[in-house]
Ligand binder design. Structure first.
Ligand code: HPA
Ligand code: ZN
Length: 335
């Protein structure tokens, strides 16, 4: 009998909620700072890691945006992305749908082209050399205006063929999905899929807006959906996937104790949930560690783990043919 830990490590899975800027490990951050001759506020990797102590989403975002400042050249975005793909593949992630935040970089004078070209080259090499498939989702920063989001969408359109869709991230409270209804409508018209962070710190109402106004294909986080029974029922009936991020929730105090994490309630309510890492370099674990912590604290079974892995492929944006191929690989792991 394999242990549940070994089962988690070996089972094939997809990741659907990871911010590439959130995969920047302190070691690489220091290396890129040196390469780009950037002076950091911190003297060592250890000192930087000590600053990773968050009390809410905003306190994390401040450090996360600061860290992204070391990313300057196409090679930086390439190295960041390739490092992530290697790590993901080592955890038996066969497919990853990666968020990137272009406005974090264009606002510092880095060209959109630099960002997307560096990432794309690494994704191509990841496919060829590591056999990991991937997709890209452009996130608009919700603390900025819809006009800024439109500007970014227009910059992105020449690269539309490299994108699966658009998303919405950054400071949630006070920045409801409705603020971005027009830019999401244009993205949809351009054939892009839509997703949005909602119900992480914001209310269930934001999840409803994301479904009704932004026509999302997945909700990122979605924890606060549990406060609205009618919404819960609708999410379950429509099989709208939720990309849940347990370690992120703990680090950002969305949950106070992993034993109270709502994942189990979500599963019991029949929600279409997946497990993801969000910003693994900042939250203390990649996908497998996220699976492990919920397995341990919520007493999940191998059957639960299998369902979560299956959901990850089913909720992905790959073609039906690719989906079948992934699900076939998964079959052999049925408990
Ligand atoms: N929430 C909102 N914005 C983000 C997050 C998150 O968890 N991670 C990176 N940007
Ligand atoms: Zn996120």
């Amino acid at each position: 009998m394999t242990t549940i830990d070994d089962y988690i490590k070996s089972i094939p899975k997809a990741e659907l909620h990871v911010h590439i800027e959130g995969t920047l490990e302190p070691e690489l951050l220091f290396k890129l700072a040196a390469r780009n001759k950037i002076r950091l506020k911190y003297n060592s990797v250890e000192e930087l890691r000590k600053a990773y102590n968050f009390h809410n989403l905003q306190s994390f975002l401040n450090i996360y945006y600061e860290g992204a400042g070391v990313l300057q050249t196409e090679a930086d975005f390439y190295d960041l992305t390739l490092a992530h793909l290697e790590k993901a593949r080592s955890q038996n992630v066969l497919h990853t749908e990666i968020f990137f935040d272009p406005q974090t970089h264009t606002s510092r004078g880095i060209a959109f082209e630099t960002v997307i070209t560096g990432i794309k080259k690494a994704l191509d090499d990841g496919k060829q050399k590591l056999d990991i498939s991937s997709g890209l989702i452009l996130c608009f920063l919700r603390h900025l205006s819809e006009e800024e989001a439109f500007k970014t969408l227009h910059e992105a359109l020449p690269y539309k063929h490299l994108l699966l869709g658009v998303g919405l991230d950054s400071s949630e409270k006070g920045h409801p999905p409705s603020k971005f209804r027009n830019v999401f409508a244009e993205a949809l018209k351009e054939g892009l899929l839509t997703v949005a962070h909602a119900g992480e710190e914001g209310p269930a109402e934001y999840v409803r807006e994301a479904v009704d106004l932004l026509k999302i294909s997945r909700i990122d986080h979605g924890n606060n959906s549990l406060n609205d029974n009618a919404l819960l029922q609708e999410l379950a009936e429509k099989r709208i996937p939720l990309t849940v991020c347990p370690l992120s929730n703990l680090k950002l105090k969305v949950v106070t104790d992993m034993r109270n994490h709502p994942l189990k309630k979500m599963l019991d309510a029949g929600l279409f949930v997946t497990i993801n890492s969000d910003d693994p370099a900042y939250f203390g674990g990649y996908v497998n560690e996220n699976f492990q912590t919920v397995a341990e604290n919520l007493n999940l079974t191998k059957k639960d783990i299998y369902l979560l892995a299956k959901n990850s492929f089913e909720a992905s944006f790959v073609s039906q043919t690719e989906k079948h191929a992934f699900l076939e690989k998964l079959e052999g792991f049925k408990p």
